[in-house]
Design a protein around this ligand. Structure first.
Ligand code: DC
Length: 209
């Protein structure tokens, strides 16, 4: 059983992915972490995330254990991830890993931007999780403040808009709902309500409660 979850930054897709994976006893892959790990490797090597040669060298060096690095969660790395993600050869280098993960064990939940459209077009259930840019920026802002970081709402909103534009506007695998995806807008839902709505869709599709 494969569940594909796509959507923009801070839409709630990661939390939803973890909960659905736990509910159905499946593995979970946050594919954004692979792009973040690529971006982080470029920054640490003193390279340019928009340079295809720098970015591809980094993508080929990414290892599963990179996903646990807390440094992946900074906004600088998020912007670098969004830049490397626009390079076709980077996406090709990370595709095999994602497909192998999906094919292992009893099935998997993958979340990202192009899971339902490119990585797992035959997924049993596809969700496109979204929310208004203001709702997503507010969530991100609160998260940063709770971590004790000195965030400014307007700056968080601007970064989010820039990343949305880059992720949706790129020519290769842009962020867009698959034709057969269930679009779930979480702007006015809490995490439990979003999970219930997603579970009801996936159960209906798969016949598994
Ligand atoms: O989900 P995230 O914020 O961790 O993703 C970081 C960046 O990686 C995002 O701006 C776009 C890119 N990405 C992608 O292009 N394709 C994916 N499947 C996952 C992430």
């Amino acid at each position: 059983m494969i569940i594909a979850i796509d959507g923009p930054a801070a839409s709630g897709k990661g939390t939803l992915g973890r909960r659905l994976a736990a509910h159905f006893g499946l593995g979970h892959l946050d594919t954004g972490a692979l792009y973040r790990a690529t971006g982080l490797r470029v920054l640490r090597a003193g390279g340019d995330p928009s340079d295809p040669a720098d970015a591809v060298t980094a993508a080929e060096a990414v290892r599963p254990e990179d996903a646990a690095d807390p440094a992946l969660r900074t906004d600088e790395v998020a912007q670098a991830a969004s830049k490397v993600a626009a390079i076709p050869a980077v996406r090709a280098a990370l595709l095999d890993f994602q497909r192998r993960f999906a094919a292992t064990g009893p099935g998997a939940v993958l979340d990202g931007r192009d899971i339902g459209t490119v990585v797992c077009p035959d997924a049993d259930a596809k969700l496109f999780v979204t929310a208004s840019v203001e709702a997503r920026a507010t969530r991100r802002f609160r998260e940063l403040r709770e971590r004790g970081e000195d965030a400014i709402y307007d700056a968080v909103l601007r970064d989010m808009e820039q990343r949305d534009a880059r992720d949706s506007g790129r020519t290769v695998a842009p962020l867009t709902p698959a034709e057969d995806a269930f679009v779930l807008d979480t702007s006015h839902l809490n995490a439990d309500q979003a999970f219930e709505a997603a579970l009801s869709f996936v159960s209906g599709r798969s016949g598994r409660p």
